[in-house]
Design a protein around this ligand. Structure first.
Ligand code: ASP
Ligand code: MG
Length: 417
């Protein structure tokens, strides 16, 4: 007998039929002899609906009231699931995050969990109940309800699993697990049997939406393996997200992540003097604009070229700042391309293998794609390319590294529990 935390996303509890289906899955785990804590998201579309209601009253709703409002979505689905379970004679009780004692910091709309009280949970479990907990919420020191940011139910599940020292944290969703890349773009993408926390963090930060980033950070911090599974199919083991040390069969690369809406801005020929980079970036950050990649090259005329990328939404604002800066500093030119995309190859195997970057660049070159900027880290190589080449680029790299040939049967699932 083990303690299992299961989390069901919005599409898994999107209708009453689906809630009944979830109830049967919970009962199956219970019948196998496990203690089960279930975390639920709001029914599909509900959180968006609530946010729209708030914004219809004004552009910036009071954050405390916003949290009071959006946390109700999960309260509905938790009670419906508990009712469905009780109807099938499976004793269940639902609780909101504040009722359980999920304590957070004071930052409404994006609070972080600080502590979880486990007494109530242990008591209910020992009395044989399935405990259903509303995801995405907690309370601050004052007792006010807080929410954890979009996708926050994943984080609730991982935090509960860690606090209860659960055996596993199962995240049920509407896809089969984590793929080598978005299967809507590359239908041949392979389902990964496993991926390391670090790789998953890179994938999540670059837009793979399967897991909220904070949930992966938390799982890694507490050494809590997460298994991502489909609610709607029984016949696969999903993807295990776990520690690198537990992965025996290491792949060279695990996936390709990408983001479309990027822009690139270069200011060329500024005086090459100490502090210039801080000065330029200071102007951008003072305007509250985030930037992503940065590159700088000295030219032979005692000047330097400074290039960076950012999300396209900030492009117009940044361009006018840079044009002003260009005049002030006597820059040679400000050059931009507002229609670029970022493509990243991710894999812990890169740490100990050479030639990954050259293989990636060759694959892009072979299909005529011009790389505009490159950054690398220990486990990631990112390039900026024209947005209209993105799909071609993903496909070229996916094929070059044979990511379409990773069959799940050949990959081992090896976690010892
Ligand atoms: N219901 C919230 C959202 O849609 C939290 C979650 O589903 O994880 O973001
Ligand atoms: Mg989600």
């Amino acid at each position: 007998m083990a303690l299992i935390v299961q989390k069901y996303g919005g599409s898994s509890v999107g209708t009453l039929e689906r809630i009944k289906h979830v109830a049967s899955k919970v009962m199956q785990a219970k019948q196998e002899g496990h203690d089960v804590v279930v975390v639920v998201s709001a029914m599909q579309g509900e959180t968006d609906r609530l946010i729209q209601l708030a914004s219809a009253l004004g552009p910036e709703p009071d954050p405390r009231e916003y949290d009071m409002l959006v946390s109700t979505g999960e309260q509905v689905s938790m009670a419906l699931l508990a009712i469905a379970l009780n109807t099938k004679n499976c004793p269940a009780r639902s609780y909101t995050g504040p009722q359980i004692g999920i304590m957070t910091d004071r930052f409404h709309t994006k609070a972080r969990i600080l502590d979880i009280k486990t007494d109530l949970l242990h008591r209910e479990l020992s009395e044989g109940y399935v405990v259903v907990v509303a995801g995405f919420q907690g309370k601050n020191e004052r007792g006010d309800t807080t929410t954890l940011g979009r996708g926050g139910s994943d984080t609730t599940a991982v935090a509960l699993a860690a606090a209860l020292k659960a055996h596993e944290c199962h995240i049920y969703t509407d896809v089969d697990g984590v793929y080598t890349t978005d299967p809507r773009v590359i239908p041949e993408a392979s389902l990964l049997s496993h991926i390391s926390f670090e790789e998953m963090l890179e994938m999540a930060s670059l837009g793979a939406k399967v897991l909220q980033m904070r949930s992966v950070e938390l799982a890694s911090k507490h050494n809590m393996p997460i298994r991502v599974l489909s609610t709607f199919s029984n016949n696969n083991m999903g993807t295990l997200v776990t520690f690198e040390e537990k992965i025996m069969q290491k792949r060279l690369v695990s996936g390709i992540a990408f983001s479309r809406e990027e822009a690139i801005i270069a200011i060329n020929g500024v005086p090459n003097r100490a502090g210039i980079e801080g000065y330029i970036l200071g102007q951008i950050s003072d305007a509250n604009i985030e930037i992503d990649m940065i590159a700088q090259n000295a030219t032979d005329k005692d000047t330097t070229d400074f290039t960076f990328t950012q999300h396209r939404k900030d492009y117009d604002k940044t361009l006018s700042i840079m044009q002003q800066l260009g005049n002030e500093l006597g820059a040679f030119s400000v050059k931009t391309n507002p229609k670029v995309a970022k493509l990243s190859l991710i894999g812990i195997g890169m740490r100990s293998h050479t030639g990954v970057a050259s293989k990636m660049f060759k694959a892009l070159g072979d299909v005529g794609i011009n790389i505009q900027m490159i950054t690398t880290s220990e486990i990631k190589i990112s390039v900026v390319i024209n947005e209209d080449c993105l799909e071609k680029g993903i496909r070229a790299i996916h094929e070059a590294f044979e990511l379409d040939k990773l069959s799940t049967e050949k990959q081992q699932v090896f976690l010892e529990l």
